[in-house]
Write a protein that binds this ligand. Structure first.
Ligand code: 7TS
Length: 411
């Protein structure tokens, strides 16, 4: 495995050269959205400058070229996930849209009154609210599984929650607050043994760990391009081809049809049945370029770098009085560190860090039930990626300590 040299990679990301409030930018908000390398931006610019037309339509040269670029991106995403066929890669705007697609299409087709689906207390709202929108009309029960005291999914609790009415387990791969990584293959085995399917929210995992949908034996996998060096506006749902083929369209319009009459329509085959209207062509091409970029570095190397940074940061943070950390011990976790400083609101922590040029997120991280279960109103969160360095962590910890001490002395 090649190791990452973040200082080399940083040259691909012009934004990392800028300053914020007179300090060099330290970008630790990667779990919200990553920065974009030149290669991705240039792929989109090249498309607009040289190839733009609508896809899957005209016989003219530009339309053929645009379609080829768009469909190449589908092949790249399929390769990225080790999917058996690109036919089961559906482009969406983001993970949220991909999750909604499963809930509204698969859910409405296959869930009946009295059926149960299982989620955890630590879901992003994108894996809760779509279910809330449908639960009442479908008459389904949403069961929830908690966490262990080690901030990991309670697998015993999950096993106990499964019944003969369980139709789907819908769960995160990497948690966006805790950094914990779920044993997806084990959960897939549990789901399948009960005759249920597994939907995995891969928004945080796909950018950082090698995902193999066949080895993981999942039924659905979702991702957001903007968290993995791609542009906003392009994400994907992968689903097992036989499952996807049995799903009705979610949005209707151009591009997703077979024949249209005045009173009814027939629908296109997968994946086009789920891509109504003109798609985000440039963004999808940018996502394809992001996949190329990440694969050239290697997902194993990226994860190793995340882990090294995380281990380093935790070693420095753990001994500090007055700094609370929320996340599991050990290496089997991503580069996401949620924390609080005793007596200081996380928004104030984030503001002080911003003054020092350090970007972190503060708030509830679209995970209100998790915040309640942790018994905290909110947290600050630092999240790392391939261009982050140990020196940036030194500076971050330094500013945190000074912030803690300043507030202790003055407030
Ligand atoms: N699922 C998880 C686990 C996420 O972390 C996010 C985004 C989403 C779904 C939704 O992704 P989107 O691209 O559709 O918005 N999480 C975050 C975050 O933690 N901070 O900002 C966005």
């Amino acid at each position: 495995m090649r190791h990452i040299d973040p200082n080399e990679l940083r040259k691909d990301f012009p934004i990392l050269d800028r300053t914020v409030h007179g300090n060099p930018l330290i970008y630790f908000d990667n779990a919200a959205s990553s920065q974009k390398p030149r290669q991705v931006v240039e792929a989109m610019v090249d498309y607009y400058y040289n190839h733009h037309a609508n896809v899957h339509r005209g016989a003219h040269t530009l339309s053929v070229e645009a379609t080829e670029l768009y469909e190449q991106a589908r092949k790249k995403v399929a390769r990225f996930l080790n999917a058996p066929t690109e036919r089961s890669v559906v482009f969406t705007r983001n993970t949220t849209e991909a999750m909604n697609l499963v809930v509204h299409s698969w859910g409405r087709e296959h869930l009946r009154s009295g059926d149960e689906i299982i989620v955890s207390v630590a879901e992003h709202h994108a894996n809760l609210v779509p279910w809330h929108l449908q639960a009442e009309s479908l008459g389904i029960t949403i069961k929830t599984v908690g966490l262990t005291d080690q901030y990991r999914l309670d697998l015993d609790g999950l096993e106990q929650a499964i019944t003969d009415r369980t139709r789907l387990i819908s769960i995160w791969h990497m948690n966006n607050v805790l950094g914990a990584i779920n044993p997806i293959r084990k959960i897939a085995d549990l789901a399948h043994a009960a005759g249920a399917l597994l939907l995995v929210d891969g928004a945080q995992a796909a950018p950082h760990v090698k995902v193999d949908v066949q080895a993981l034996d999942v039924d659905f996998y979702t991702l957001s391009g903007h968290k993995m060096c791609g542009p906003t506006g392009a994400g994907a749902l992968w689903a097992r081809a036989d499952v996807l083929a049995g799903m009705p369209p979610f949005l209707g319009g151009g591009e997703m049809i077979g024949k249209v009459y005045l009173d009814h329509s027939t629908y296109a085959d997968i994946p086009f049945r789920f891509e109504a209207g003109t798609p985000n062509i440039a963004e999808v091409i940018g996502l394809g370029a992001a996949v190329d970029y990440l694969e050239a570095i290697g997902l194993e190397a990226i994860f190793e770098h995340d882990q090294q940074l995380t281990r380093y940061a935790l070693e420095k943070l753990k001994p500090l009085d007055g700094i609370m950390l929320y996340g599991p011990e050990g290496d089997d976790r991503g580069g996401i560190i949620a924390f609080n400083i005793d007596g200081i609101h996380p928004h104030d922590v984030a503001s002080v860090l911003d003054e020092a040029g350090i970007a972190v997120r503060a708030g509830q991280h679209c995970a209100q039930p998790l915040m309640r279960s942790l018994n905290v109103p909110a947290t600050a969160r630092a999240s790392f990626y391939l261009y982050n360095t140990f020196e940036e962590i030194d500076r971050f910890v330094d500013v945190l300590v000074r912030t803690r001490d300043y507030f202790a002395a003055h407030v």
